[in-house]
Design a protein around this ligand. Structure first.
Ligand code: TEU
Ligand code: CA
Length: 586
């Protein structure tokens, strides 16, 4: 398959710069810190790194608020450091992609500073400005009832020019007006071309389906009568000019042979997703759909939830939907369950108690590394990091989304302690902070992320002292880390079926065991994966036309054998708690 593009078989490792590795002990991760760990990253078996925003930014949303696309946030380093990182990545025959955040800029970007300076400024139209509405008693109202992703209205009043501007995220993240040709071309030049010229191999494209808004700005249907601000994502995602903008961007990407993976929330329509990711449509190489990471989240607030309030059928359905993008199409997909916006997968979908955290982490690794599409692993996932301890106070939550959510819960019911506790429980389960605690390198104080005497920008998870760290796991053949290494070898060796195969759910109604068959594109190779999502034993499912007793067991997460090519005896009849197996069928 010489004609396959490199990014299909690749596994991508996502790095969150602030929390990865601090090289100068100021408590904040940095680019030199990433460079120091490239050999480690390569040892996991991945070929690509994705670096989350390291651009100049006031850090209201951890760098997703960019004030200069062509500069680096000084605590992370310099443009020269980035050039070294690019060179050092390439020297190892690896690739590097950056985060492309161009739905909005920071309000500190000079473009917005100019835009807000006067109604007549040449850049006024680079952002989305609208006059106020007035209600029947003459009160000023924003143009729509849309709710911002971080709470409150998407419209911010500007006293100076007496208009509202649009921000789908924080008020400090004004949305660029993509209808303006000059703004668009300048964005492409500054955010894309300047870095492609420096040698980056592509982009993870932030909120890619939000660029084109319905410019008549209709109100969203009322879903939450307790607030004036309603979820409008189905209105502002996938707007009328999306294809035009993506064609323009893709023309640039193709010139550089660069890879693209777009973040694609609020898109339930399979045909719309295919319009982005089919080879023929040529918009992006692949997208992140939200089906799997949304499992167990509530509407309208993701936090109105309790742990494990989903069924295994929900997980199966989510995975089926993203895997089925390949069925009878020329499209491509992704496999992932963690990123910097999600709580840790072991705490959500496995069991993070001492007894089962390692085993369930390995089972989740097996599951997601057996799916078709490009595989993404988030820093710390490879060592089985878990959510922040429940006894940590609310002050340890640093994310703007968490802080706004909790403040809103308190504002709505100031004297209701139970309501506050419920809000905190939601955060303990789902907050983005869980993914952002520092990477755990050792069992020492501060986990080797920064020096023992420095103060890390976020508190280090105490699980570093409970065996969840790179140093100890590297030495332990039965660790989550070494399981990931073995599993990624299995994925590579059997790429035809695991990376490129057709996904078929089997034993669908089983409420405890998730089983699926993969078939290589030529139909010749078949694999079976079984995963026991339970603290108890469960039967190995009996599947039509499959004889597990004579099948070759490629890997399981219980016997922790070191070689992947020696077939091992399968346990007769039963799966242990959180046991997973990959079989090769003949
Ligand atoms: O996320 C966009 C997004 O759609 C969400 O998953 C978002 O994190 C969620 O609504 C918050 O509850 C992207 C980035 O991944 C995220 O980190 C940024 O905050 C956001 O865009 C704005 O740039
Ligand atoms: Ca540092």
């Amino acid at each position: 398959h010489v004609s396959r593009p490199w990014w299909k078989d690749a596994t991508v490792y996502q790095i969150y710069p602030a929390s990865f590795n601090d090289s100068n002990n100021d408590g904040i991760g940095d680019i030199q810190g990433i460079i120091q760990k490239l050999d480690y990253i390569q040892s996991i078996g991945v070929e690509v790194i994705w670096v989350c925003p390291m651009y100049a930014s006031p850090q209201i949303d951890m760098g997703y608020d960019i004030s200069d696309y062509e500069a680096v946030y000084p605590p992370y380093g310099t443009v020269q450091d980035m050039e070294i990182l690019i060179k050092e990545t390439h020297r190892r025959n690896m690739k590097i992609i950056l985060d492309l955040v161009i739905n909005h800029t920071s309000d500190q970007h000079t473009w917005f500073q100019e835009s807000r300076s006067s109604k007549g400024n040449p850049k006024r139209d680079w952002y989305i400005w609208r006059p106020a509405k007035y209600d029947s008693v003459g009160n000023r109202r924003p143009p729509t009832n849309w709710r911002s992703n971080f709470g409150g209205s998407v419209w911010e009043w500007d006293e100076h020019t007496q208009e509202y501007f649009l921000h789908l995220f924080c008020p400090e993240q004004p949305d660029i007006n993509w209808e303006n040709d000059e703004a668009r071309q300048t964005v492409y030049q500054s955010a894309m071309i300047s870095w492609l010229d420096r040698g980056v191999d592509g982009f993870r494209i932030d909120t890619v389906n939000m660029y084109s808004k319905p410019m008549d700005f209709p109100d969203a249907p009322v879903q939450d009568p307790d607030t004036p601000w309603q979820d409008a994502s189905l209105l502002y995602c996938n707007g009328p000019n999306m294809d035009k903008y993506l064609d323009e961007m893709n023309a640039i990407l193709v010139r550089y042979n660069a890879m693209s993976v777009g973040e694609c929330p609020a898109t339930p329509d399979r045909a719309r997703v295919l319009g982005y990711v089919s080879a023929e449509a040529a918009k992006m190489n692949m997208v992140f759909q939200f089906d799997s990471v949304d499992v167990g989240q509530s509407k309208p607030s993701k936090y109105d939830t309790a742990p494990f309030n989903y069924t295994l059928a929900d997980v199966k359905g989510a995975i089926c939907r993203t895997q089925s993008l390949l069925d009878g199409t020329d499209a491509w997909t992704t496999s992932f369950i963690e990123n910097h916006d999600q709580a840790r997968s072991i705490s959500r979908f496995g069991n993070d108690s001492h007894l089962w955290r390692s085993r369930s982490g390995k089972m989740l690794a097996m599951l997601f590394a057996s799916l078709s599409g490009t595989l993404f692993v988030y820093q710390g996932q490879e060592i089985g990091m878990i959510n922040m301890p429940k006894d940590w106070p609310i002050e340890e939550y640093k994310d703007v989304d968490s802080i706004n959510f909790y403040a809103e819960a308190v504002r709505r019911k100031p004297d209701d302690a139970a309501a506050h506790a419920f809000a905190k429980a939601g955060m303990q389960h789902l907050s983005r902070d869980h993914a952002r605690t520092p990477m755990q390198w050792t069992s020492q104080f501060n986990a080797g992320f920064t020096s023992k005497t420095a103060e890390p920008w976020m508190r280090v998870n105490t699980s570093a002292q409970e065996g969840i760290n790179v140093e100890e796991e590297h030495e332990d053949p039965s660790s989550v880390l070494n399981f990931w290494r073995r599993m990624l070898k299995v994925r590579k060796t059997h790429a035809e079926v695991l990376v490129h195969g057709k996904f078929q759910l089997v034993d669908e109604d089983n409420e405890k065991v998730f089983s699926f068959v993969k078939t290589s594109p030529d139909g010749k190779i078949k694999a079976l994966v079984v995963c026991n999502f339970a603290d108890a034993e469960n039967r190995v499912p009996v599947i039509d036309g499959v004889d597990t007793a004579s099948a070759k067991l490629l890997l399981d997460n219980v016997s922790d054998h070191l070689t992947t090519d020696t077939p091992i005896e399968s346990e007769a009849g039963y799966l242990q708690p959180w046991e997973g197996r990959v079989y090769l069928l003949d």
